[in-house]
Design a protein around this ligand. Structure first.
Ligand SMILES: O=C(O)CCC(=O)C(=O)O
Length: 272
């Protein structure tokens, strides 16, 4: 594959609006990706209950081919272009979504860039579960009214699906990326909407960045994980991939204890 790089325009679009879409970027691979996606759920013997979201975390880590997406030139292009060549991989989730996802952000990281790369494995549009984002909301403070868009009815007298947003209609093989801080949602999806994501961040250089990273890693205890990464991800890691795993591995020491505590108080691992 020819060397892929993000243009300056794409990087500035992401910086300004908080998301980017790449139509057809993984189209040649999408059948194999979809087969492996189904295979991970089969191997885990996870029967999807259509009344609620099913999730496996970490996801691509369960399969050697899916793990190798982290080394794929298309994914490297996005990660390196937005986060630098020494970006950190943080983990992934694989989902059968059911119905609507209310407005929310995945974090409010003030000290570092956190991004999510998402692949929707079924065609999705405005009324069938396409990702919606509020452009530029990744820059808004915690107190901004838009951060309460899930209460749109009380705030503005409109349904959540009427909140002004960019709707990222996608076909299988398209790739989207968004800032964790951006407000996002989806509406009208079916009961088995297949989608998986990769979470990535800048390599930490300061104490504040490291503290944020540790908080993110510790959050994985809600999934009852003793380590951030799964078996195939680690077993098949080249020295180059290891550079993207190392800082998390060095800072995941609290996970077994936190997950043990979570198992005592939670009936099942979190679903999101
Ligand atoms: O596709 C969806 O319903 C929402 C996805 C989402 O919220 C996420 O991946 O953080």
């Amino acid at each position: 594959m020819a060397e892929l790089t993000l243009s300056q325009g794409q990087r500035q679009f992401f910086e300004t609006f908080g998301y980017l879409a790449f139509p057809g970027l993984l189209k040649p691979e999408i059948e194999e990706i979809t087969r492996k996606f189904e295979g991970v759920f089969e191997t885990a013997k996870l029967q999807h209950d259509p009344t609620k979201r099913s999730v496996i975390v970490p996801f691509i880590d369960q399969d050697a081919y899916l793990s190798s997406l982290l080394d794929h030139p298309a994914i490297e292009m996005i990660a390196e272009g937005l986060l630098g060549a020494d970006f950190n991989y943080l983990g992934s989730d694989g989902n059968f979504y059911t119905g609507d996802t209310s407005w929310h952000s995945d974090g409010l990281h003030e000290n570092n860039g956190y991004i999510k790369i998402a692949l929707y494995l079924d065609p999705v549009g405005p009324t069938s579960g396409a990702l919606r984002v509020i452009p530029g909301s990744h820059k808004l403070p915690k107190t901004a009214k838009i951060r309460r868009a899930a209460t749109s009815k009380e705030l503005w007298g409109i349904e959540q699906s009427e909140v002004p947003a960019a709707i990222l209609t996608t076909q299988p093989g398209d790739v989207v990326v968004f800032d964790h801080n951006i407000m996002h949602a989806s509406f009208g999806g079916g009961t088995r909407r297949r989608m998986f994501t990769l979470n990535l961040a800048r390599h930490c250089e300061t104490e504040a960045e490291l503290a944020d990273l540790v908080e993110f890693i510790d959050g994985a205890s809600r999934f009852w994980l003793d380590q951030a990464f799964g078996p195939a991800m680690l077993a098949t890691a080249s020295p180059k991939r290891m550079q993207h795993l190392q800082q998390v591995i060095e800072n995941e020491g609290h996970l077994p204890e936190l997950s043990a505590q979570a198992r005592l108080v939670m009936a099942e691992p979190a679903r999101g």
